[in-house]
Each structure stands twice: as C-alpha cells, then as structure tokens.
Ligand binder design. Sequence first.
Ligand SMILES: NC(=O)c1ccc[n+]([C@@H]2O[C@H](COP(=O)([O-])OP(=O)(O)OC[C@H]3O[C@@H](n4cnc5c(N)ncnc54)[C@H](O)[C@@H]3O)[C@@H](O)[C@H]2O)c1
Length: 334
Amino acid sequence: MTFDEVLQNYSGKTTLITGGAGCIGSNLTRTLIKASAKKILVLDDLSSAKKWNTPNASNVTFINGSILDDAVLTKVFAGKPDYVFHLAALFANQNSIDHPDTDLMVNGLGTLKMLQYSHLNHIKKFVFASSGCSVYGSQAPLPLREDFVSLHLDTPYQITKLLGELYCNFFHNYYKLPVVLGRFFNVYGPGEIPGKYRNVIPNFTYWALHNQPLSITGTGEETRDFTFVEDIVEGVLRAGAIPEAVGEAFNLASGKETRIIDLANTINQLTGNDAGIKFIEKRDWDKIVRRRASIEKARKTLGYEPKTEMKEGLKRVLSWFSENKERIEASAKF
Ligand SMILES: NC(=O)c1ccc[n+]([C@@H]2O[C@H](COP(=O)([O-])OP(=O)(O)OC[C@H]3O[C@@H](n4cnc5c(N)ncnc54)[C@H](O)[C@@H]3O)[C@@H](O)[C@H]2O)c1
C-alpha cells in the first residue's frame, strides 16, 4: 500500500488520539488533517504538553481531560471514533522512577480503560504506543527483533509499557479487539518541548542554542536508534490501516545506531555552539549500552520505510525551535 492509499483509509473517518498534544500526537494530528479525516478527537490532560503544540483545524476537537476520567471517556467515545491511537503516557524512565504511582495509574490503568471503552464502542482499530526501548530490556542481542521481550526491566516505565502490551494482547485474544502494537525507538522531531524528563535531542538542542555545554550521562559511546517523528507517524498510520497488522507487534525505528557523542557534536556544529560537551555520571537505571532495532517485520507487513536522515531531522528540529522560540522558552522546565 502506498502512503497515499494509507491516508485515504482515514478520509471521512473519526480518529481519537490520546496524548495528542505531545510530540508524536501533534504530528499525527497534522497528518490526519491532511488526510481529510472527518473528525480528529485529541484527548490530552496537558500534564506534559502545551495546548499551543496541538494543530488547529475545523476537523480537530481538543478535549482537555484525562484517560483516567470516566466522565471524559464517556464524552469522547460518544464522538464514535473508528480508530484509536493510544499515545497518552507518563513519559518516561526518570519520570517513572520519581513518580512510580502516577506511572502505574496512567500507563497501566489508563491503558486498561482505553481498551475497555474501545471494546464497548466497537472501534475498528486500536494502535498502542509501546516502547522498543522498554520491552527488550538491556541484554537482548542486536538487532532487536519483535519475538523477544524481557522480564528483567529497569524502570517502572519499562514495566508499564510491557503491561500495556499485555493488556492489549488480552483484549485481542479474549474480546477480539483489533489491536496493533507499535514499538517506538527514540523518537525526535518538531513538537517535543525540552525539559527535565524529556529526550536527549530537544535538550541538547536547547542547551546548544543557549551556548551551554551538552551534558552526556555516560561515556558518549552509548548508541540509540533515533527515529524522526514523521517516519513514526507514517508507521503508526500504516499499522492502523493494514489488516495483516492486527494482533502483531512492530518495531518502528530507523534501524540505525547513532553514538551519543556523535549526536552531541553534530548538534553543536549545526548550532555553532562552542561550549562543547561535559560528561556526567550515568543514571543508575540506565543499563542499555547499544540500541538498534530490526525493522524487517514492519517493512514486510506494513510497507514501512523510514526516510529521514539524522542531519535532515535535526535541521527540522532547529527550524521548529526558531519558529517557536518564545513559546519554547516559556514552556521548557528543567
Ligand atoms: N518519544 C519517544 O522516544 C517514545 C519512544 C517509545 C515510546 N513512546 C511512546 O509514545 C507515546 C507518545 O510519546 P511522546 O514522545 O509524544 O510523549 P509526550 O509526553 O510528548 O506525549 C504524551 C502525552 O500524553 C499526555 N498525557 C499524560 N498523561 C495523560 C492522561 N492521564 N490523560 C491524557 N493525556 C495524558 C501528556 O500531556 C502528553 O501530551 C507515549 O506513549 C510514549 O510512551 C515514545
């Protein structure tokens, strides 16, 4: 299926995006606007995002509320969504170490509630935002393949992402709910506001633009599989549209390793930051040295093919920072 055909699948349909004000959700909303979706219901409690990050359009309805609130969910599902993209979560590892109860409530009970409401309302497809950086643990052989998950996880977030997958599997096996699991890897791009609990790319960019040294937790030799957000959005929409995806898990990644030291040097170079790099102690839960996903299954079943090279993606991040300078300054909290 070409991506245009995938988009046609959503034309005239109603979609619900939980966590739609976040980085991935806002980009997904933008693409669904282009796909002429009939209605895009964006549900977000703005606990870690800002309303200004949500695209405005006549077919977008923003609901400020929590996936844990039955009154909110009753109202949202009265809008009769065909597709549910469940992205809302307490994000991510350090946040879950600091707030394990909220992590379990939002990522565990919140996901269970979304599945219950989706089942009772006979939705067409439920796509769950899982995390390949979570469910494989720190010991799995590279490249990481879908048929292995670890029971030895290092943070509450990793545990509750796996829990979310297990609930999805239960609803699929028992109630025949059409679910698809998307395992994302280190997503970056326009729409992620830097801050204490945010990812390395928005934070490096923010520090570099403030002429500060980039703090690397570790030696810098560690690698991650960074994926540009628009590639993830395409993967997610393919997962929602392709019938063979139902009941399956897919890595959505770039399939490439990037060393953190190389990332830091590139960002310093692109921004002209001469403050360099500083090394600080590795966080004790962070046991993952290298990350690279196999994307063969997503290629074969979904026709997924990541397109954005790292340098190009970083330039897009920089443009977004410059277009939203004042808003980012006011919103970034460290
Ligand atoms: N960004 C990544 O690298 C990455 C990697 C793997 C998996 N994921 C998963 O993808 C999803 C989206 O990630 P993101 O990077 O856009 O994160 P994000 O934090 O930007 O988005 C999550 C959104 O959920 C909202 N939210 C939190 N609790 C809520 C609640 N109780 N009710 C309603 N909304 C709530 C937040 O306000 C935020 O806007 C998450 O589930 C995340 O775990 C992300």
